[in-house]
Design a binder for this molecule. Structure first.
Ligand code: HEM
Length: 245
């Protein structure tokens, strides 16, 4: 039996900047994961020192794209439509705990409540993903500075470790003879927590990315919605009225 509320209705949800952010972020994170794995395996793959610098440089340029895109999304969370704003994408706020409980119990019972924007469980996932991306961005910039002397910290690092009477702008990852050995050793121990955090966050991001894709596919199949195509078209087709209309 059906009533008016069971009809399929198309609703506008994701504005164009949000969709662009999503796909640029997905592509850049995917690229960073693949090139990151290449950096990790460079030794066993027999990649030369020059080749390693090239691979790291490509990784850093994609990293800049990821960071700028993320910063732009933080601005858009103040300016975008109501589904793009902080209040709709992060957990918390009035009634959030109750909404999460209701969503999880209806999901487990096989007839989940429909949401136009992110459902309460997805908002939790968004927070985790954003924190991981920020950590990866900040540690990545520290590594880009300490490894390749790239902005924004590269100039300071080069001035720190350049040998006396050496122009810091002449330093490259392969010019160790132009570096002061003591300052270089200090710089390497300063950078070590950044590389460790970058590596741990990498594993967390891979796990979260896989979970995100699985959750999206499960939601699409169980809720009969159109959440994948909505990230292209901006419109979701839902059976019945969403909770957050
Ligand atoms: C989703 C984002 C990112 C992922 C998944 C990722 C992943 C990785 C991985 C797996 C490594 C190899 C670590 C190792 O050798 O132990 C790496 C290294 C590196 N990453 Fe990232 N990264 C990301 C973002 C960034 C960003 C935004 C930057 C800078 C703009 C950056 C700069 C670097 C640099 C310079 C290295 C070389 C470190 C070294 O081996 O000395 N990464 N990244």
């Amino acid at each position: 039996m059906s009533n008016d509320d069971d009809r399929l209705i198309a609703y506008g949800v994701w504005d164009a900047p949000t969709r662009w952010f999503h796909w640029i972020n997905a592509l850049s994170v995917f690229g960073l994961i693949l090139i990151g794995i290449l950096i990790m395996c460079a030794g066993s793959l027999g990649i030369s020192p020059t080749g390693r610098v090239t691979v790291k440089t490509i990784h850093v340029w994609i990293g800049y794209v990821m960071i700028l895109n993320l910063l732009w999304r933080f601005v858009w969370a103040f300016r975008g439509n109501r589904y793009a704003r902080w209040r709709a994408i992060l957990p918390g706020g009035k009634g959030y705990a109750r909404a999460l409980e209701a969503y999880v119990s209806t999901f487990l019972a096989g007839h989940p409540k429909h949401y136009l924007g992110h459902n309460p469980a997805a908002r939790l996932a968004v927070l985790i993903i954003l924190v991981l991306l920020v950590v990866q961005g900040v540690t990545g910039l520290a590594l880009a500075g300490t490894d390749l002397f790239y902005p924004p910290f590269g100039g300071t690092i080069a001035r720190w470790i350049a040998a006396p009477n050496v122009d810091p702008s002449m330093l490259t990852p392969l010019t160790r003879d132009l570096m002061d050995p003591g300052a270089y050793a200090e710089m390497r121990s300063f950078r070590s927590p950044f590389i460790e955090t970058h590596e741990i966050t990498f594993y967390a991001l891979v796990a979260v990315t896989v979970l995100h894709v699985v959750a999206v596919i499960m939601t699409e199949l169980r809720e009969g919605g159109t959440i994948v195509s909505a990230m292209f078209t901006g419109r979701k087709i839902l059976p019945g009225r969403p909770e957050d209309l």
